[in-house]
Design a protein around this ligand. Structure first.
Ligand code: TYM
Length: 332
């Protein structure tokens, strides 16, 4: 039996380089070695209150981008989260044993309180329970995600273990965050904030679908400092960020070249940014083309979503039936 893998990306807009290197890169490798379930987290995106038209377009866009990146709907099960009402049911069941205190202590929730004090809804508070339901619904062991999701995985293990203990069963295995490299990935943004993200503000994220001119503009505006003041000095975070982005898309000798220049204090950030922009453009060009090509193929997109939902529901139904039985929800 192949190990089970589950992961998803929220449908809040186009995929960016953080999503690609934190999650998608592993999805692509894993799809051939494991039993994979990759979904589009549209329930999760509802916390930001999208309009119906935006929600629908974003789900389609992310599915197109999944396929454009190279996910194979025959190898992996690709589906839209809301096509599985079983996830909503498991979320409800898990919420009964999820405590407000532990949910309030979650770092991502505290961050949301700070960033969007006007919209602290219950969906945000219970975001980790919904995410646990996504993972536990297929009884996954491995979850390819970026570094920012580590705490959510810990909570998924807590909720799964708690369920097993309370209802004296062994329904859920422990899911762990997974990356083929040694540690989980964090791709920095261009605004010096440390993390590339859709909600981090204009110009912070480079999207896979961005046109070359847009990429050049964004990269040239990336935050830097006044330059090194000593030979061989340690790089401050904003400069480390640019080098980290280069590590994702540039050749090793290109990175070594700018690293040497930094150490020798001869670096010109403009040159580094120009090179970085061109390397990003080169990397994203084939994806961008494929995105354009697939965007017009509604029949194919529909077929993939319907086929994925059917396969995913089969697995989800079994888990929910067992969870109901364990809890004592039984037919008369
Ligand atoms: P989301 O949409 O914020 O991000 C999707 C995936 O991309 C990774 N990621 C990053 N990795 C490295 N550097 C970055 N700057 C960066 N930005 C995003 C995220 O770690 C994630 O792997 N809660 C999840 C979606 C989700 C999910 C799940 C994931 C819902 N249910 C169940 C796994 C399993 C999220 O916020 O994704």
């Amino acid at each position: 039996m192949k190990e089970i893998v589950v992961s998803g990306i929220r449908s809040t807009g186009n995929l960016h380089l953080g999503n690609y290197f934190g999650a998608m890169k592993n999805f692509l490798k894993m799809q051939h070695d494991y039993q994979c379930f990759f979904f589009i987290a549209d329930y999760h995106s509802l916390t930001t209150h999208p309009t119906p038209a935006d929600l629908h377009n974003n789900v389609k866009q992310v599915l197109v981008e999944y396929l454009a990146c190279g996910l194979d709907p025959e190898a992996a099960t690709l589906y839209v989260q809301s096509d599985l009402p079983e996830i909503a049911e498991l979320y409800l069941l898990l919420n009964m044993n999820a405590y407000v205190g532990e949910l309030e202590r979650c770092t991502s929730f505290k961050e949301k309180i700070r960033k969007q004090p006007d919209n602290i809804n219950a969906g945000l508070l219970t975001y980790p329970t919904l995410m646990a339901a996504d993972i536990l619904i297929h009884r996954a062991q491995k979850v390819p995600v970026g570094k920012d999701q580590e705490q959510h995985l810990e909570m998924a293990r807590t909720f799964g273990n708690r369920f097993n203990r309370i209802y004296a069963c062994e329904l859920f295995p422990e899911p762990y965050a997974f990356n083929y490299g040694t540690s989980l990935v964090k791709i920095p943004g261009l605004d010096g904030s440390g993390k590339m993200g859709k909600s981090e503000g204009e110009g912070n994220a480079i999207f896979l679908a961005d046109e070359p001119d847009v990429i050049r503009k964004k990269v040239m505006r990336a935050v830097t400092d006044a330059g090194p003041t000593q030979l061989q000095q340690e790089k401050p975070d904003v400069i480390k960020n640019l080098f980290l982005l280069m590590e994702a898309v540039s050749a090793p000798d290109t990175i070594a070249h700018f690293d040497d220049q930094y150490n020798a204090m001869t670096i010109r950030y403009g040159d580094l940014k120009k090179q970085l922009a061109e390397d990003v453009i080169l990397f994203t060009a084939p994806l961008r083309e494929k995105i354009k090509e697939l965007s017009g193929d509604d029949a194919f997109i529909h077929k993939v979503a319907a086929h994925g939902a059917e396969k995913a529901r089969e697995s989800a139904r079994k888990t929910v039936a067992e969870a109901r039985h364990a809890i004592g929800i039984r037919h008369f």
